[in-house]
Design a protein around this ligand. Structure first.
Ligand code: RB5
Length: 151
């Protein structure tokens, strides 16, 4: 399993802690698409890079972090095929995998404490998509993307 991770200047240390947590606990390869500098870095750059890596198959899933998690999740969800959830608790993270088949997770370094963030990551990484009735809705999302392309 390969995870792409991305962040802006607000979340450098936080990103490194999450990266290390996933590598040590799960043994997954975590590829860094974010900045390692605290100089101002616009979150769309990192959000798009991780999203593109998920869509191309370079990584299996993506995690993106900015101050609130909002900006960088908005970016990710602009990329066709990305379903990115912004979470501040594990329940939504788990259900977003089971029901929405999310392929990216976002959270805010200024919002979610690091230990809670690790619980969110656990819930999200361990969540299995259930398919079935949920696939109808995922297909509807894909239909929206197709209709938007043709506008
Ligand atoms: C950066 O100041 C901040 O706007 C960014 O990290 C993020 O919170 C945007 O959504």
């Amino acid at each position: 399993m390969k995870i792409g991770i991305g962040n802006d200047h607000v979340a450098v240390d936080y990103k490194n802690q999450i990266k290390q947590y996933i590598e040590e606990k799960y043994g997954y390869e975590v590829i860094n698409f974010g900045t390692d500098s605290t100089e101002r870095f616009n979150y769309p750059v990192a959000g798009e890079a991780v999203a593109n890596a998920v869509i191309s198959g370079e990584v299996d899933k993506g995690i993106v972090i900015c101050g609130t998690g909002v900006g960088i999740s908005l970016v990710a969800n602009k990329v066709n095929g990305i379903r990115c959830v912004t979470c501040s608790e594990p329940y939504s993270a788990k259900l977003s995998r089971e029901h929405n088949n999310t392929n990216m997770l976002a959270f805010g370094a200024r919002v979610v404490g690091i230990e809670l963030a690790k619980m969110i990551v656990d819930a999200w990484l361990n969540g299995e998509y259930e398919g079935g009735r949920h696939q109808v809705r995922i297909d509807m999302l894909t239909d929206i993307e197709e209709r938007q392309k043709n506008k």
